[in-house]
Design a protein around this ligand. Sequence first.
Ligand SMILES: CC(C)(COP(=O)(O)OP(=O)(O)OC[C@H]1O[C@@H](n2cnc3c(N)ncnc32)[C@H](O)[C@@H]1OP(=O)(O)O)[C@@H](O)C(=O)NCCC(=O)NCCS
Length: 162
Amino acid sequence: MTGTAAVVTIRPARPSDAAAIAGLLAPYAAAGLVLPRTAEEIRHHVGRFLVAARGARARGKILGCVALRDYGAGLFEVRSLAVAQSENGSGLGSRLVAASVAGAKARGAHRVFALTLRPNLFRRLGFTVVEKELFPQKVWTDCKHCPKLHCCDEIAVLFDPK
Ligand SMILES: CC(C)(COP(=O)(O)OP(=O)(O)OC[C@H]1O[C@@H](n2cnc3c(N)ncnc32)[C@H](O)[C@@H]1OP(=O)(O)O)[C@@H](O)C(=O)NCCC(=O)NCCS
């Protein structure tokens, strides 16, 4: 591939991306790596999502996504991170997290956290591993619906973007 088509660009998601984002997340949700999200939920919260696609204007197939949830008081969560299998290990996951953190910083974030099975990816970007109990908001919204509530294997990571 040559020219801008080879470039993978990250941009804010549009409502028309919702089905593709849901399709990207679905196999990973089935494997218990991310929480399941319907296209309808994604469309409703589309302003939270960034996507990655080929071309300078990212018009091609969606190759990656990430969402940023605002809990208020400067606390944000990076979630729904996924990269197409064909692109795994290309650095795209790290780019998506970094772009999401930059978005949080621009919105005045004091703390950005994630629950992850890939702490090294976050550590390389400056996050540190912390106790999950630091984030009751997360526990009481999503975790109570999670099948892994009582056997959670995810690791909490935290970044102070200031
Ligand atoms: C997790 C996921 C998003 C990572 O995407 P990715 O594009 O492969 O991520 P990167 O290429 O940035 O990093 C992946 C690996 O590449 C290597 N790598 C990438 N950039 C590197 C760098 N600058 N230096 C050293 N190693 C690097 C590392 O081995 C890294 O693995 P590690 O994070 O376990 O150490 C992707 O594998 C995925 O979609 N997984 C399924 C969904 C999932 O698990 N989502 C939840 C994540 S919280």
